[in-house]
Design a protein around this ligand. Structure first.
Ligand SMILES: [Zn+2]
Length: 480
């Protein structure tokens, strides 16, 4: 059966996974119920999923290279234990910070028939047109492109691996937004899947089921990454630091999008090159000197300085973005003071910087610090500037993206496929960018209804008909 029809047969299951996830959105790395559901479902499919880093899950299907992840050889496909206790998983036993012990060593006979494909630490192997990690600090030339070696980027780490396997990634964290959507499976815990990560996770579970059914046909291993903490821009970095890109030659993800009049389920292939901006969150603490509100001259007012810093920062997007660049600066928080008649000790501003060029990104960060410190000093306060979270801009690999376009045309037809060749750049950032700076990657988008609101809106309702098409796109990417 072709991929799209097989995905259509999974529709009810995709919807039930998605609704179960939607009803229990969790935040950051703290995802116990979400992870339990994923571990249970993967195990029921015959996988041996592992927890990696602070809040991610990986599972493997197809030929295994035995690549190291997080210090342990990830032979997940070879250690299946079909007798895993579902009850233990439901209780969360063995989950949360430890390797999920779903595989107790009994070999279920999952396909290991294909020999390892000559991937050895330190070698570069190029297979089927996909390549190849970059040794730290080196530029590896691939079909005229350079991989992940721009200054300041994450480049493949100490494992010095080799691109052989395919990575499919979904994020699984929600947002601290009380849900306002009137759906029967709405979340009531004060959080919300308002960015559609429940849709992403359901689609990757769907892809997991379909790939497992085709395991004997797979010519390359496929690593499934269920990643936490995307919204706080820490999950991908953590997962990469724990080795999830070791041995990966190509990585893919799909993100739902709304606010579009495209037919639901349309898969959008963005152009090659930088398609999403970097993000740098900044936090500015303005230190003054508290005093009685009736005698301001006896203190130093941090609120007044913070207000001027905010205005000073507006100068950056207004006057310091060169033509040909795009940049955004948003102050999203300003806090200070608790009383009508007190000048407080300190004030705090928080915000985000976004741009497309990695060099300009450094300029923006430097200027933010200079303006904050300089303005603070002018008003006798002291500003400390920190950047607590960040991700680079996201790059779609040209060769990989073009081959995927051909494969998607073959599998989805042209009704539900839009190929965008003109760079426009999304406004939002996506921490998959860390992976895209480590191995050749493609991010796809998926039209999922509701043209009236934007992502992260508390009333957003995604159209579940999109799930089938996103799942088919992920499977196509894995086996093309
Ligand atoms: Zn998102």
């Amino acid at each position: 059966m072709d991929i799209l029809n097989q995905a259509k047969d999974l529709r009810e299951t995709l919807v039930s996974w998605r609704r179960a996830l939607h009803a229990c959105p969790e935040i950051g790395f703290d995802l116990p119920r979400t992870k339990t559901l994923i571990l249970q479902e993967l195990t029921a499919m015959g996988y041996s999923p592992k927890e990696v880093g602070r809040g991610s899950i990986v599972a493997h299907v197809g030929p295994s290279e035995g690549i190291k992840i997080d210090g342990t050889v990830a032979r997940v496909g070879a250690e299946l234990d079909s007798g895993v206790s579902r009850a233990r998983l439901a209780e969360g036993a063995g989950i949360d910070g430890t390797v999920a012990r779903v595989g107790a060593g009994r070999d279920s006979g999952v396909s290991r028939a294909r020999p390892a494909e000559g991937v050895e630490k330190g070698n570069y192997v190029s297979r089927v047109g996909d390549t190849v990690g970059a040794e730290k600090g080196n530029n590896v030339s691939r079909a005229g492109h350079t991989v992940g070696a721009e200054k300041g980027n994450n480049v493949s780490r100490a494992g010095h691996t080799v691109g052989a396997e395919i990575l499919l990634r979904a994020d699984m964290d929600g947002l601290a937004i009380p849900e306002a959507a009137r759906v029967e499976f709405r979340a009531i815990n004060g959080n919300m899947h308002a960015c559609g990560h429940d849709m992403h996770t359901a689609m990757l579970l769907g892809a997991a089921a379909m790939l497992k059914a085709r395991e004997g046909e797979l010519s390359r291993g496929v690593r499934l990454l269920f990643q936490g903490a995307e919204e706080i821009l820490q999950g991908a970095e953590d997962a990469v630091a724990h080795g999830v890109c070791e041995g990966i030659g190509a990585a893919y993800m799909i993100h739902v999008t709304v606010n579009t009049r495209l037919p639901v389920g349309t898969v959008i292939v963005p152009p090659a090159g930088v398609i999403a901006p970097s993000a740098d969150y900044f936090e500015i603490t303005v230190q003054g000197k508290g005093c009685h509100g009736a005698d301001p001259a006896s203190g130093i007012d941090p609120l007044s300085a913070a207000a001027r810093i905010l205005l000073g920062l507006q100068h950056l997007p207004a006057r310091e973005i060169p033509s040909g660049e795009r940049g955004m600066l948003t102050v999203g928080m300003i806090h200070g003071g608790d009383a009508f008649n007190v000048i407080p000790e300190a004030a705090r501003l928080g915000g985000s910087l976004r741009c497309y060029g990695e060099d300009f990104r450094q300029v923006l960060k430097t200027r933010t610090e200079q303006i904050a410190r300089g303005v603070a000093e002018a008003f006798r306060t002291r500003a400390e500037v920190q950047f607590p979270a960040q991700c680079p801009s996201l790059v779609n690999d040209e060769g990989l993206r073009n081959r995927l376009c051909d494969a998607l045309r073959g599998e989805l037809g042209t009704d539900r496929l839009i190929v965008v060749d003109t760079p426009t750049g999304t406004a939002g950032s996506e921490d998959f960018s860390v992976i895209s700076r480590t191995v050749p990657s493609v991010m796809l988008a998926l039209a999922a209804g509701d043209p009236t609101v934007a992502l992260h809106h508390p009333g957003i309702v995604f159209d579940e008909d999109a799930l089938v098409y996103g799942t088919a796109a992920l499977v196509t990417a894995a086996i093309r």
